[in-house]
Design a protein around this ligand. Structure first.
Ligand SMILES: [Zn+2]
Length: 517
């Protein structure tokens, strides 16, 4: 009888394992089927990038994007809310129009920099001036009054508008080497010259403004055809615009040749005072361990030279799509699935570090955080972020992922803790197991990261589909895991730069009142 019972027990145990395996297989297949057969990625990308537009912190478009996210979740039966974490300088971009008006007419490719005040609608028309070679800060002080009434060109003239790959392909070895050494010496001279002024490239614009300059023209080339990085202005009252390498080079050469080009800048924008800033937080409540969390993480904000398609539209739609798929095929997760769309990552992980500060109980309950934030490519790198046992649980979860979604992933265990770069670092610093789903580059750094070219057409949807399915499966596995993940930290090695023993990063203090004077 006893033997019979134990056989029965064994059979039951086997059955339940088989049932679990069967359920697991079914759910993973259902995730794949939904993700591949009913993908919403193109629609989400259209609505977020094309229709809503860029999501610079403090702009009305940031707020409409948060509201869009809530409505999108609502349609899928997922509850979501906007949680305020601070305030920011409110600002809205308007029309920018920059034209050369003398000695001939040409409309220029140019954009007003973020948070720059408006010109009146007649704009500012003035001659341009470039920096002479300055021996020291005294020479700079002596020269400075000549910027009065002028628009100052504050970027170096690039010797080529072709990316290096293009030279590598077509130039003779000698001319490529010659161009590079010329460029190196120009850069050296430029840097030395700025340093001779006693200012840095960050604060020199304020000195020009104080000395009576009426505008700032810069060109921050991103080393790819047509690509410029578009950040914020360093002036309080006068217009500051970024001009394409091509137009900037033309103007610069004309100034140097004494052709005295004049440009007209119309750069309208609205100062909206102080506005609240948010994270959008969505949740699918856990049924067995509601106080334990698997967090899908992607910053929601962007710079605004384009529409933030790969930084971080792709991370955003990956997490939205993973949440949609999970709600459909795995509506009752064992642990709570929380989706965090963070604000103001670009100014220093402000939304996520506020969340970590404001919700210690959630941070304590983190099973895993999966963050994505480096472009549109397939996920190819996963580090254990210095968590000693990450190999065990991430390994277990990855095991369940079908080969085609993971066969390019290189893992590093235990790895070392991320100290910045994106929002997972806010959680890692607080000791919560948080990981970066790091993707293939697709020329991210030169072409799309913070550039005027970060637009819908750069999204590689099949790669994002791959990532949404991968994220959904990892989330499912993390929710189902019988064990809570270990937070034990690896002993960190010697930092090769400082020569000292590595220390775990400490949580950063968020900027909760940004852009205010
Ligand atoms: Zn980013």
């Amino acid at each position: 009888m006893k033997k019979l019972l134990s056989i029965l027990a064994l059979t039951l145990l086997l059955c339940s394992t088989i049932v679990t395996a069967q359920t697991q297989k079914d759910i993973i297949e259902a995730i794949e089927k939904e993700g591949n057969g009913n993908s919403q990625l193109e629609q989400l990308a259209y609505e977020l990038m094309d229709l809503n537009g860029p999501r610079l912190v403090g702009t009305p478009e940031m707020k409409t994007a948060h509201d869009w996210a809530i409505n999108t979740y609502k349609k899928w039966g997922i509850s979501a809310e906007n949680q305020q974490w601070g305030t920011w300088k409110g600002w809205q971009r308007g029309i920018t129009h920059v034209d050369m008006v003398s000695p001939r007419i040409a409309s220029l490719h140019a954009t007003q920099l973020a948070w720059n005040p408006s010109t009146d609608n007649k704009g500012v028309t003035a001659s341009l001036i470039t920096l002479p070679i300055l021996a020291d800060s005294l020479a700079f002080v002596k020269w400075l009054p000549s910027v009065k009434g002028k628009i100052v060109m504050v970027s170096m003239l690039q010797p080529t508008g072709r990316p290096d790959e293009n030279w590598e392909e077509y130039a003779t070895k000698e001319s490529f080497e010659k161009m590079k050494s010329e460029r190196d010496s120009l850069e050296k001279i430029w840097r030395q010259n700025i340093s001779n002024t006693g200012y840095t490239s960050r604060n020199i614009n304020a000195a020009f403004e104080k000395a009576g300059a009426v505008g700032i023209a810069q060109s921050r080339w991103s080393e790819g055809f047509g690509a410029n990085k578009i950040f914020s202005a360093g002036t309080e009252k006068i217009p500051a615009v970024d001009i394409s390498l091509e137009d900037y080079g033309m103007l610069y050469r004309m100034v140097e040749h004494g052709a005295n080009p004049q440009i007209k800048i119309v750069a309208e924008s609205k100062d909206l005072g102080k506005v609240p800033t948010f994270n959008t937080i969505a949740t699918i409540p856990g049924t067995e361990f509601p106080d334990e969390y698997v967090i899908l993480s992607a910053h929601f904000d962007s710079w605004d030279g384009a529409t933030g398609a790969t930084d971080n539209g792709t991370g955003t739609i990956t997490m939205l799509e993973a949440a949609r798929i999970l709600k459909k095929v795995y509506p009752n997760p064992k642990r709570t699935i929380l989706i965090g769309h963070w604000g103001s990552e670009e100014q220093g992980l402000n939304g996520s570090s506020s969340f970590v500060q404001d919700h210690p109980e959630i941070v304590a309950g983190v099973q895993a955080v999966f963050n994505q934030d480096n472009g549109t490519g397939r996920v190819v790198n996963l580090s254990g972020q210095g968590f000693l046992h990450a190999y065990d649980y991430l390994g277990r979860w990855l095991e369940a992922v079908p080969e085609k979604y993971k066969n390019e992933i290189e893992t590093t265990f235990p790895g070392s803790p991320g100290r910045g770069g994106s929002d997972y670092a806010s959680f890692v610093a607080a000791g919560a197991p948080a990981f970066s789903l790091s993707s293939l580059s697709w020329d991210y750094w030169n072409y799309t990261w913070h550039t005027n070219l970060d637009t819908y057409d750069k999204i590689v949807f099949d790669d994002v589909r791959n990532n949404a399915i991968l994220t959904a499966i990892l989330t499912y596995m993390a929710c189902e895991d019988p064990e809570k993940t270990s937070r034990e930290k690896a002993v960190l090695g010697i930092n090769p730069r400082s020569g000292e023993k590595g220390e775990w990063p400490t949580p950063r203090t968020p900027e909760r009142n940004g852009g205010q004077e």
